[in-house]
Design a protein around this ligand. Sequence first.
Ligand code: AMP
Ligand code: GLY
Length: 434
Amino acid sequence: MKVLLLGSGGREFALALKLKASRLPVELVTAPGSDALAELGARVSLDTEDPAAVAAWCAAHRPDLVVIGPEAPLVAGVADAVRAVGVSVFGHGAATARLEGSKAFAKAFMVRHGIPCAASQTVTDLAEGEALIRAWPHGYPIVLKADGLAAGKGVVLAQDEAEALTTFRAFLGGQFGEASRTVVFEEPLVGMELSLHVLVDVDADHAAYALLPACQDHKRIFEDDRGPNTGGMGAFGPIPFLRPEDVERMRRELVEPTVRGLQKDGLAARGVLFLGVMWTPQGPKLLEYNVRFGDPETQVLMQLLEEDLPALLLEVAGHRFEGRELRMKPGCALTVVLAAESYPESARRGVPIQLGAPGLTVIHAGTRKQDGQWVTNGGRVLNLATLAPDLASARAAVEAALPEVHWPGMQVRRDIGLKALRHAEAGKTVQDPW
Ligand code: AMP
Ligand code: GLY
C-alpha cells in the first residue's frame, strides 16, 4: 500500500512510525518530509500548500492514500484537488478546514449550532474595536484572536487595556497580513484545558465519528505553566481523573452538535477534528477547532492506538467509516518535548545533538542530519515518548531516559503530567479547581 504523508514535524514522524507498524506492507512517501522521515520512506520535493502540484504528483504516482498532517494544505484546498483526481485522502476539504482557518467562521458555527463556548465579538473596524476594549464587559485578560492562520502566534491574552489596544492595532495593521485584519474578541475562560480528537466521516447522508482518548498538552515553555505559550511542551493521555461520564458529556455537548452542524451546513468532513476544550465551572466549553491532529498529542495517541493505522485512515478517507469504539492499548502514554535554545521566540539551529540509547520511542521533529550527525533544526527538536501502565510510571520512564539526550541550550519540562497526577492522587475530578 502506497501512502503519501504531507508534513515534516513530530506529528508526521509519529504518524509515519505507526503507518509503518501496520500489518500491511506500507510504502511510505513524505513531502516535504525531513532527514528523519527519509529514514522511514522516500522523500519527494513538493510544495505541499499548492493543490495543483500535489494533485499532479498523485495523478502520476497513484498512492492508495494521502494523509495530510498540517492545517495549511487543508485550508489551501489540497484535499479537494487530490480527491478530484480520484485518490483517497485523509483530510478535510477547504470548506470544512475553515473551522481552523477562520476563527470568526468557527465562532459563528459554534453559536449557530448551540455549542458552549466563550462569548465573543468579531471586529474589522478600528474605532469599533477600540470602543469595545474601553467598555470591555467580561473582565481581564481580554482574549484577542487573529482570524486566520498565524503559526500559533495569533492569540493574545491581554492583561490590561493598554496591551489590548496595542495588540488590536498591530493585528488590524496587518501583523499577520490578511489573517489579522479580522479580530475575534473573547471572554476569558478559566478552567482545565483538554485536547479531544475525533475521527469524522460526515456528509449529507452519512455521519460517523469516533472519539480518541482525551489528552492534555502543556503549552507554556517553563515548569508550573509559566512563561510564554509554545506549540506544546509535552502531553499525556488518557487523563486519569476524567470519568466516563465526563467524556460522555463532551460527546453530547460538543461533539454531537458539531457533527450535526456539519451536516446542516453541508460541510463534508473526512479526517480528524481536534477540539480544544476548556472545562470550566459550568462544564466543557469549546475553545477552538483544529482540522488536523495535534502536536505533540499525536505522539500520545499513536502510542495508545491498537488499531491498524493505514486501514483505519483508509476507512475514513474512503467514506466507509462506521462510528465505533476504537481499540486502544491499556495504560498511559506520555511524550516530553526537547526544545531548542531560545524557543519559542526563535530557535538556535545547527547545534549537534548527543543522542544515546534512550530505550523508548524517539520522535524527531526539528532535526537535520549534517555529516552523519543529528543537529537542531527547529524549535521543538526531539521528543521522548512512551506507553506505561500508568501516568506515574510513564513519567518515571521518560525521566530515566532523559540523560541519553543532550545538547547545549536544550530545554525540557520535567513536570509533564505532574499536576494531573497530583489531581488524581488527591481524588479530584475534572470539575474540581485545577
Ligand atoms: P486557540 O488557538 O484559540 O486554542 O488559542 C490558543 C490558546 O489560548 C488556547 O490553547 C488557550 O490556552 C488560550 N485561549 C484561547 N481562547 C481562550 C479563552 N477564551 N479564554 C482563555 N484562554 C484562551
Ligand atoms: N498541541 C496543540 C496543537 O497541536 O495545536
